[in-house]
Design a protein around this ligand. Structure first.
Ligand code: NZQ
Ligand code: ZN
Length: 391
């Protein structure tokens, strides 16, 4: 195991009715005037908006609203939010919604105290050290942004979907009421489950040895998703399944499962090109990319893939031919994704074979030597091969 720092100070308020604590939590974490940020209106249908507004009013916290965050959130609304916060003297951002709304909030939060363009932090490796505090009321189990130090935004001028990070971006509090996720369309539920699963895969496929504790954490999250997902397909109102999946989403990405080990993130980098250019749900994009990535890099460490197959998908180990076991694990992973209604081909998002070179160029962003991924480094050629295998 490698040495590490782990700082995860978010206060989680989990369960039915917890949204009524929003106002009090904003106060507790120093907010006196709030930007209430949300997406396209789902929170007005499922009761989250009314409950949060009532709680802010009860705590006598003034707020300014900014709705309209798109899935795969865009830079335009971030600039508007930064201006609004400065003009209105806002000192706390409350995100009510999914990963897109939370990420738009994080981008606004880092932009307000920064003199330059908020985009300077994206794709540059420059760590965010100053930001307004944010809180979240989560309505979809997926991105894990409710506990993560990361933010992902698409720049409208060039469609680059890039990320920034910094521990100051971890929410001060996150309210998780699984009941709010009941109104999710099944395709969004499944995209979220896939994103959670792949957040674990990015950590599980590592070159670091002797990481039994985090391997076992990772396996617990993946097994939970495999066991709980069919329950939601049978009954989308199953509170217990919703609750288990919601907490799985947080644990998959606040890095409790990833400390002390090299992480990969190649599948995410390849997927972000697809959701940036074709505007598909991030999790659905990962459902296509991640299994293809697995097949492409499997030879790098057959034993790790065989371990995944045996411990997560219940395959029996073929000691004479571990590669067969590894393959079987990937096959069962694909079957799981299909069973929850996820796509298998990029063509399902409208990607044509003739467009692959353009996607690779966009991925390279002017740097022909760019590589992504740590388990196996992927450059121009590998990225093209993986996209091609996904058609
Ligand atoms: O816009 P609204 O009305 O909120 O509708 C949303 C949106 O259409 C809807 N929705 C959310 N909760 C709902 C609901 N509909 C009915 N009932 C509810 N309870 O679902 C749609 C998707 O929402 P979105 O916020 O986009 O989903 P998700 O949480 O999957 O976030 C995706 C974004 O997060 C980024 C992704 O790249 C993508 O941009 N990620 C952020 C990460 C991070 N900050 O740590 C890590 C991830 O790997 C990921 O990259
Ligand atoms: Zn993700």
């Amino acid at each position: 195991m490698e040495s590490f720092n782990f700082y995860s100070p978010t206060y989680f308020d989990f369960g039915k009715g917890t949204e009524s604590n929003a106002g009090q939590l904003v106060r507790q974490f120093g907010g006196s005037k709030v930007l209430l940020h949300y997406g396209g209106g789902s929170i007005k249908k499922n009761g989250a908006y009314d409950a949060v507004v009532a709680s802010l009013n009860e705590s006598k916290i003034p707020f300014v609203e900014l709705g309209g965050v798109y899935p795969n959130p865009k830079s335009g609304l971030v600039y508007e939010g930064i201006e609004t916060c400065r003009r209105e003297g806002i000192d706390f951002i409350l995100a009510v919604g999914g990963g897109s709304t939370i990420d738009s909030s994080k981008a606004i939060a880092l932009g307000v105290p920064y003199d330059g363009d908020f985009w300077d932090f994206f794709g540059s490796g420059k760590i965010v050290e100053k930001a307004l505090p944010i809180g979240t009321v989560l309505t979809i189990a997926a991105a894990g942004s409710e506990g993560s130090p990361n933010v992902v935004i698409t720049n409208e001028s060039n469609l680059m979907k890039w990320s920034a990070k910094g521990d100051v971006l971890r929410p001060k509090f996150s309210i998780l009421n699984p009941e709010f996720t009941v109104t999710l369309p099944i395709y969004q539920t499944a995209s979220g489950i896939t994103d959670i699963f792949v957040h674990i895969c990015e950590r599980y496929f590592t070159n670091t040895e002797n990481v039994e504790i985090t391997d076992r954490f990772c396996e617990a999250v993946m097994l939970t998703l495999i066991n709980e997902s069919p329950k939601l397909l049978r009954d989308p109102r199953d509170y217990e399944a919703r609750a288990n999946i919601m907490w799985a989403g947080m644990t998959a990405h606040n890095n409790i499962c990833g400390v002390g080990r090299e992480q990969d993130w190649g599948s995410h980098a390849l997927e972000h090109e697809i959701s940036a250019l074709y505007d598909c749900p991030h999790g659905a994009g990962l459902a296509v990319i991640c299994p293809a990535w697995m097949e492409y890099v499997m030879e790098h460490n057959i034993n790790r893939f065989a371990q995944f197959a045996v411990r997560v998908f219940g395959c029996s180990m073929n000691f004479e031919n571990p590669k067969e076991t590894a393959f079987e694990g990937i096959r069962r992973f694909r079957n799981f994704l299909v069973s929850i209604g996820m796509p298998q081909h990029l063509s399902e998002f409208g990607v044509k074979e003739s467009e692959i070179p353009k996607i690779v160029e966009h991925f390279l962003a002017g740097n022909d030597n760019k590589t992504v991924g740590e388990f196996v480094k992927l450059g121009k050629e590998e990225a093209g091969n993986i996209y091609q295998s996904c058609l």
